[in-house]
Design a protein around this ligand. Structure first.
Ligand SMILES: Cc1cc2nc3c(=O)[nH]c(=O)nc-3n(C[C@H](O)[C@H](O)[C@H](O)COP(=O)(O)O)c2cc1C
Length: 365
């Protein structure tokens, strides 16, 4: 089998064309990110909701206003903790942070990450149109939008060039037909060949070849072994972003029960679930997801304690559920009453493995 190419994004090069996808809440923290970086990939901390399980935050049900201020501040402080821990665990590794545009504390998290030595910022769940402006004081930080269509890449490139004289350092193309977490397409459009990687990846590579300097494309969604990795590269991708395959690992930051639940999952356990942000998510079937898919509103009595998202059906219309609480419950180990995101490619791990072993399998075939 052919040796794999290295991956260069901005001024950062890693031996293997593998980015570990940012996974919130606290599924990919400092431990997982550092382990992937040490094994020759790019390790990513997900910045979403880090304050939840941190010494900086305490849910005080009697004073919601105070909690909101404290929550955003706690997110910031907890991100600093994770960044410092990851750098201590991987002094020379390439480390990035994943920050969702849809989060109301997006700008504060981006500033915090660049001011504390992060190498790259990956940003999706919306178009990161002002990312170069927020990071202008640290131009060495590589900026990587996460998109699902060529159209989104065109909008970002045009706007960044016109307003900031800058281009993205890479794009992650998330395949809504297979990726875990929130999807960049409606449920009814998931069968459309126009959104398949076989269509989008070559078209995006073609569009980006018109720029003077290379802008690598990183394929995400459903990549879990050497065959799927090689297939993504054959479509023109320079690298891959892998999430689900890194969950049943020793270093994954989630509770052991979360990792076990993933380890035992089979492809038939994968379901779509509505989310308060509008677009669906892909997750493992459990009692929580069954209730949501029946139209129940689990946790209706929950208060919106953080006002964390720009758009939220739970906050505004009491529909669906509080995603912060649902993701937080899951990663603390309550896999019946929490939301356990997963990509379509589950069931490939023989046991909870060290990240180095998973990396070796991914690159060796
Ligand atoms: C548990 C879980 C949590 C995720 N959280 C985020 C997130 O916070 N932000 C984000 O941009 N993507 C998130 N994703 C998507 C991943 O970063 C990655 O792109 C995706 O998992 C790739 O597909 P795969 O799981 O099939 O490898 C999440 C995925 C999973 C499985």
């Amino acid at each position: 089998m052919q040796t794999l190419p290295s991956l260069t994004i901005g001024q950062y090069t890693v031996p293997y064309p593998i980015v570990q996808g940012g996974m919130g809440i606290r599924v990919s923290g400092a431990n997982l990110a550092a382990a992937v970086a040490n094994a020759g990939g790019i390790g990513i901390i997900s910045a979403v909701g880090l304050g939840m399980q941190s010494p900086h935050f305490n849910i005080d049900e009697k004073n919601p206003k105070k909690r909101q201020t404290e929550f955003f501040r706690a997110n910031q402080l907890a991100l600093i903790d994770e960044l410092q821990k990851a750098r201590a665990l991987s002094p020379k590794g390439v480390l990035g942070v994943n920050i969702m545009v849809a989060a109301r504390d997006y700008e504060s998290l981006v500033r915090t990450a660049v001011d504390h030595g992060i190498d790259l910022i990956f940003s999706g769940a919306g178009l990161p149109l002002n990312l170069p402006e927020i990071t202008a004081h640290r131009p060495e930080v590589a900026l990587v939008p996460i998109i699902s269509s060529v159209r989104a890449a065109q909008v970002i490139c045009k706007k960044w060039q016109r307003l900031y004289d800058r281009l993205p350092d890479a794009f992650v193309v998330e395949n809504p037909q297979a990726a875990g977490g929130h999807l960049g397409a409606k449920a009814e459009d998931l069968g459309d060949p126009a959104i398949a990687p076989e269509t989008v990846l070559p078209a995006l590579v073609q569009y980006l070849s018109g720029f003077e300097r290379p802008i690598p494309v990183v394929a995400a969604g459903g990549i879990c072994d050497r065959a799927s990795l090689t297939h993504a590269l054959s479509l023109g991708a320079s690298g891959t972003q892998i999430g689900t395959r890194f969950i049943p690992t020793e270093e994954c930051d989630a509770d052991p029960r979360y990792k076990e639940f993933h380890l035992q999952a089979r492809p038939e356990d994968i379901v779509l679930v509505p989310s308060p942000v509008g677009l669906p998510g892909r997750a493992l079937r459990n009692a929580f997801v069954d209730r949501v898919n029946r139209g129940d509103t689990p946790g209706l009595k929950d208060q919106c304690f953080a006002n964390c998202l720009q758009v939220c059906k739970f906050r505004d219309r009491r529909e669906t559920y509080c995603i912060l609480r649902a993701l937080d419950r899951a990663c603390r180990g309550d896999v019946d009453n929490g939301l356990v995101f997963a990509g379509s490619c589950v069931g490939g791990s023989p046991r909870i493995q060290p990240v180095a072993e998973v990396m070796a399998e991914l690159v060796a075939g």
